[in-house]
Design a protein around this ligand. Sequence first.
Ligand SMILES: [Zn+2]
Length: 105
Amino acid sequence: MTCPECHSENISLQAVNEKKPMDCFSALVCVGLLFVPFIGWIVLIDLFTRKDNKTCTYGLCSQCGNRFIVKSAKEIRAAKALRKRILIYILIFVLALVIIVAESK
Ligand SMILES: [Zn+2]
């Protein structure tokens, strides 16, 4: 690993516990799910009970003092998995809407 500023390899790592703020997209999905009875609520409960990885790893350059976020392969994989999960939720959401519309006719 090298420093993005000076490309020095003299990096010390520090793990910081941080609460990840919810991004705009996830918040919108959550609000949408609130309006889907049963299926949406189950998904919401699942979303909120799931344990989030709240540990951020920072690299501190001993050469220039630059502090930067280190993303591990595991974190990148977790982010991809979450995106896939949200896509599935949207599918469920659309499906539920179709069922509701079909039943109200
Ligand atoms: Zn540096």
